[in-house]
Structures are given as structure tokens and as C-alpha cells.
Design a protein around this ligand. Structure first.
Ligand SMILES: *Cc1c(COP(=O)(O)O)cnc(C)c1O
Length: 341
């Protein structure tokens, strides 16, 4: 059995999703004539109660577009030190938008309103960069799938309003957060200026993210997406996968979360494991006892057909997803139980 737990991006479209893609009516989306893309964008915008949406090939491009829309060169973004927009977008924020970061020392990738407030530069003091945008990640990637309470996000929103800051949500795994915390899309739509959500992680689509905002901002986003090379033609085939994912693959994320929790509980029983971080959604982060090398753990599991990844030195990661089925899960639990190092 080959079991891939390196990421929730490894899923392949099911026959049903492929059929939905095959049946899609398409047109040239650069002329906004693709009926499936238009329907998909409207569907996601309505779901979040936001005015407009735009389909992107990747989450990175959607985030980078939001940064471009929300800032001017020289401005500063306030976010957690582990943010994807800082660590994993290849320096795009500085390359594309000429901005810099004030990286806050949050907890599991999450920051507080208090920290944000303390992190704002005085706009009158012209020696320091202008604080312009707060970036939130939910769930957190490097933070191990941790998710925010709406109350904290509301407090941060208030700080943004008081200090004239744009408020962006990198919601690559927002679906997981909403399932875990029983939250609704409109609760996020009400708070943020821009939101990116992803369809090729937990939701099982082969490609695609959507950026949400108000009509005027999203009109500008069309041009930014064009500059970034992200305008696509008959992308309705891809949007159809997103529509299918929205309609079929959200509630089942609870299964991924249950399996992740069970993996975490099993790891806690293993003598070679030192720490298992709290499992909130579909990501399990753990570390081996200090005398065991990360690579040894990865190799040993690989021999059993199980692939996991290294998040950082001393931090191993397993991610559950749509293609990680119950039979595989039972196999992994048993393999972990029997494994010694
Ligand atoms: C995966 C991810 C993205 C975007 O990734 P793409 O591979 O570009 O689609 C953005 N933010 C977070 C937190 C992610 O985990």
C-alpha cells in the first residue's frame, strides 16, 4: 500500500469530479465569457457574502494579488513570523509589491489584536515603513493546522479599522477551520477586505484558488492577475472541479480531522515520539526523541509505504486528505503502533 501524507495537495480528482469537469460549458474567460468560471466566482462570492470573486491558478498568486492591491511599495505587512506569505511565496511580496514585513512572534502561527496594535508604526514618523496590511492565516500551515476564534479576528479587525489597515485572510485551509470550529463563510466575509481560498488542498480539486473582495477591488484584481500571467482561457473545466468540490467535499473534512486526531493519539503512545502538537484540523506535527534523526523516522515509515514530510528541523508532519481512506488509516495506525526506533 502506498500512502502519501506529505500534504493535502496530493489528491487526484475522483471519477465524479472528472465527469463534472468533462461536462462543463466553457468560453474564453479572459473576455469573461466562460459561463462555468462566472458561475463559480459568483457562487464563492455569495457563499462568503462578498461582492466579487476571481478565479486564480494558485493560492500563491491569489495572495500575491491581494498584497499588490492592498499595499504600495515601501509599505509594511504585519503578520505572524510563520506566515506562508512571508516564508513560502519565494519572496514574492518584495519582488512583486516592494513591501516588507513586521513579523510577529505569535502562537502556532496565530497572532493577537494586542500584538498587531503594538506592531503598527506611527504613520507620522516617516523613518519607518507605513504599516498597511495585516495578514492572517487560517488554518495555519506551519502552525500545524491551528485555527482562530472569530472573537480574536473581530478584535484584530477593530485594530485595522482604527489604524486604517487592510485586512487579508490567507484561507488556503479556511474550509478546515470552518468545519472544525463550526463557523460560517459569511462570518469571515464580514471581517476581511480580501480573502483567498483554495480548492486544491482539502477539497480535492486539481488546481485553483479564489480571491474575494468588493467589486472595485476585484475589478483592479483583473489587471493584477493579468500582470502576474494568471489570466486563463477555457478555465471553466477547472472551475467545474471547484464547483463540484464546494458541493461535495466540504463536510467530509470532518473525517480528515478525526483521522488526524487518531494519528496524533497513536503517536503519543509511541516511545520514540517526544512531542505531538495539539491536533485541531487535518495536520499532525510531531517530533521524535532527541537521539533520533528526523530522516530516520521518514525512512522507516517510507519502508512501510508511508510518506511524511519534514516541516522544519525536529518537526515532522502528516496531513490527512480526501485520498487517505479508512483502510489506509487503519494500516498506518497499526504500523505506528508496531514501529520502534
Ligand atoms: C498552500 C498554501 C498557499 C498557496 O499555495 P499554492 O500552492 O500556491 O496554491 C497559501 N497559503 C497557505 C497557508 C498554504 O498552505
Amino acid at each position: 500500500m502506498e500512502i502519501n501524507l506529505i500534504s493535502d495537495t496530493v489528491t487526484k480528482p475522483t471519477p465524479e469530479m472528472l465527469q463534472a469537469m468533462f461536462n462543463a460549458k466553457v468560453g474564453d474567460d479572459v473576455f469573461k465569457q466562460d459561463p462555468t468560471v462566472n458561475a463559480f466566482e459568483k457562487m464563492v462570492a455569495d457563499l462568503f457574502g462578498m461582492e466579487a470573486a476571481l478565479f486564480f491558478p494558485t493560492g500563491t498568486m491569489a495572495n500575491q494579488t491581494a498584497i499588490k492591491l492592498n499595499t504600495n511599495p515601501g509599505d509594511q505587512i504585519i503578520c505572524d513570523k510563520w506566515s506562508h506569505i512571508h516564508l513560502y511565496e519565494s519572496g514574492g511580496a518584495s519582488a512583486n509589491s516592494g513591501v516588507n514585513f513586521n513579523l510577529l512572534d505569535g502562537s502556532r502561527g496565530m497572532i493577537t489584536a494586542e500584538q498587531v496594535k503594538d506592531g503598527i508604526n506611527d504613520p507620522e514618523f516617516y523613518h519607518t515603513p507605513m504599516s498597511k496590511m495585516v495578514g492572517i492565516e487560517n488554518t495555519t500551515n506551519k502552525g500545524g493546522g491551528a485555527c482562530y476564534e472569530i472573537s480574536e479576528l473581530q478584535k484584530i479587525k477593530q485594530v485595522c479599522v482604527d489604524h486604517n489597515l487592510k485586512y487579508h485572510l490567507d484561507g488556503a485551509r479556511l474550509w478546515n477551520a470552518m468545519i472544525a470550529k463550526k463557523q460560517q463563510p459569511k462570518q469571515f466575509g464580514q471581517l476581511f477586505d480580501t480573502i483567498s481560498v483554495c480548492f486544491s488542498k482539502g477539497l480535492g480539486a486539481p488546481i485553483g484558488s479564489v480571491l474575494l473582495s468588493d467589486t472595485a477591488t476585484m475589478h483592479k484584481a483583473l489587471r493584477v492577475r493579468k500582470i502576474f500571467g494568471g489570466n486563463m482561457r477555457q478555465s471553466g473545466y477547472l472551475a467545474a472541479a471547484g464547483i463540484y468540490a464546494l458541493q461535495n467535499n466540504i463536510n467530509r473534512l470532518a473525517d480528515d480531522h478525526r483521522r488526524a486526531k487518531e494519528l496524533g493519539a497513536q503517536l503519543e503512545q509511541c516511545s520514540w515520539v517526544a512531542v505531538v502538537e495539539p491536533v485541531e484540523t487535518n495536520i499532525v506535527v510531531f517530533s521524535a526523541q532527541p537521539h533520533i534523526k528526523d530522516q530516520e523516522v521518514i525512512e522507516k515509515l517510507k519502508q512501510k509505504g508511508i510518506s511524511i514530510s519534514l516541516l522544519a528541523k525536529g518537526k515532522l508532519r502528516m496531513v490527512t486528505h480526501l485520498d487517505y481512506r479508512q483502510v489506509m488509516h487503519e494500516y498506518v495506525l497499526e504500523a505506528l503502533e508496531k514501529m520502534s526506533l
